[in-house]
Design a binder for this molecule. Structure first.
Ligand code: MV4
Length: 449
């Protein structure tokens, strides 16, 4: 077992990893930028190394500085968290070259799943349902028009180096294909250095339902049930829940088996998430596979009583997975609390937290790194806390979330707490009858004085 783990991340996920390491008796090393000198993960870790200035490219993304921090503290493993270098194949490779265990996916799997056309080809070979579409990359506009004509509009063209909504366009007829294809290639080349595009049938009003999987070094994988992440704004998840209101035991079994097939086909090691698009007729299609722990992992932990970070560390240290597939025993909802102003286009609102009262009580979990007097730096992601409520039924979990949000006081900055409070009263949310289109129809009610 590892003696010392360096956490190459910041904020709530750095704290999350430090907590499990402490429970496992593993020493921890925090890395931090100048902007994070006063951040809690620095204080909670056994050791801390400043790796550079506020700018992420000079600190949290600076591979030589992180490797140097691991060398001087003699860390034998690195946990990358999510974001930053968590899906950087080069970083995974360099860790291996320095005999430091990367607690994540292999460079090969990161690359294979990071290239969306290659991920899709892999799934087709594995027998996992995928959206009907082009056979690999589109050659040019003429090819795109030919494939779309054969499939029938509407279609979605997607950048193979894109993902998470970047570099994709819905095309409804040939005129739009004429007008948009070249621009899409140009945008993908500019953003990702790779203009490769592929095409899929457009799935109208899909849900985003993802399956958590864990694979070990012996070729085995198990699934830990699903998370519904359909409530998104500009491809940013706002709230997630498990079980999905749309799920049935039959559909869960089919999606779980498909996710395991995907993981075992490539011999996947570590925690991963297989994302599916689900249409109104409960047909599900592979969308993407994330080779990292995800922000929303706590709701899965809550409903199956499982420590996913612990499982990541055990598997990285060569332990076998439990092999049991899990069914949710409770209902859990996560609201992402961002330092953003929902009354002004969710624009960022960094600054000092002057007053803080955190919710608590039975069934309430708050994963956060903020404290009263903490200055939220403007340099990083705006998420400052994850409020999770868990209860026996969805209705009880929603009521508990309303109560917890009403207790949650953050002054000095704007936050998305008022948005989530209104969401919990929205009829389409309460009915569970929502898709990825939900936010297009959502308007904040004005502040009541
Ligand atoms: C799609 C789609 C409809 N049809 N593919 C968005 C990001 C990336 N995960 C893939 N996404 C989509 N792919 C086809 N063939 C609709 C989306 C989509 C979406 C998917 C999940 C969650 C939110 C979304 C918001 C807009 C579009």
């Amino acid at each position: 077992m590892f003696k010392k783990i360096l956490i190459a991340n910041r904020g709530e996920i750095a704290l999350r990893v430090i907590r499990t390491c402490k429970e496992m008796g593993i020493k921890t090393v925090a890395v931090y930028s100048k902007a994070d000198e006063e951040s809690l993960h620095v204080r909670f870790a056994d050791e801390a190394v400043c790796i550079g200035p506020a700018l992420s490219s000079e600190s949290y993304l600076k591979i030589p500085n992180i490797i140097a921090a691991a060398e001087i503290t003699n860390a034998d493993a690195i946990h990358p968290g999510y974001g930053f270098l968590s899906e950087n194949a080069k970083f995974s490779k360099i860790c291996a070259e320095h005999d430091i265990k990367f607690i994540g996916a292999s460079p090969e799997h990161i690359e294979r799943m990071g290239d969306k056309a290659s991920a899709k080809r892999t799934m087709i070979e594995a027998g996992v349902p995928t959206v009907p579409g082009s056979d690999g990359l589109l050659k040019d506009l003429a090819d795109a028009k030919k494939v779309a004509k054969k499939m029938g509009y509407p279609v979605m063209i997607k950048a193979t180096a894109g993902g998470g909504g970047k570099g994709m366009r819905a095309i409804f007829n040939e005129e739009e294909m004429e007008a948009q294809f070249a621009g899409a290639v140009q945008e993908a080349t500019a953003s990702f250095g790779n203009g490769g595009m592929y095409m899929e049938k457009l799935i109208l009003e899909p849900r985003h339902i993802e399956i958590q999987v864990v694979g070990d070094q012996y070729g085995r994988a198990c699934h830990l049930s699903e998370r519904d992440c359909s409530v998104q704004r500009r491809h940013q998840k706002l709230t997630e829940e498990t079980p999905s209101p749309f799920m049935t035991p039959k559909l869960r079994k089919k999606m779980g088996e498909a996710a395991i097939k995907a993981a075992e086909f490539i011999g996947y090691e570590g925690a991963g998430t297989v994302e599916f698009l689900v249409d109104k007729d409960a047909n599900f299609y592979f969308m993407e596979m994330n080779t990292r722990i995800q922000v929303e992992h706590p709701i899965t932990e809550e409903v199956i009583d499982f420590d996913l970070i612990r499982e990541q560390i055990l598997v990285a240290a060569g332990e076998k997975i439990s092999g049991k597939n899990y069914e949710p025993q409770m209902h859990s909802i996560e609201c992402r609390i961002n330092a953003e102003d929902p009354y002004n286009g969710f624009r960022p609102s960094p600054g000092r937290i002057t007053t803080l009262h955190m919710p608590g009580g039975h069934g309430v979990r708050l994963d956060t790194h903020v404290y009263s007097g903490y200055v939220i730096p403007p340099n990083y992601d705006s998420m400052i806390a994850k409020l999770i409520t868990t209860a026996r039924t969805r209705e009880e979990a929603i009521n508990k979330m309303k109560r917890a949000l009403d207790e949650f006081v953050i002054e000095g900055v704007q936050t998305t707490i008022p948005f989530h409070r209104q969401l919990m009263d929205h009829p389409d949310y309460i009915s569970g009858n929502y898709t990825t289109k939900f936010m297009e129809g959502f308007e904040m009610k004005p502040i009541e004085n």
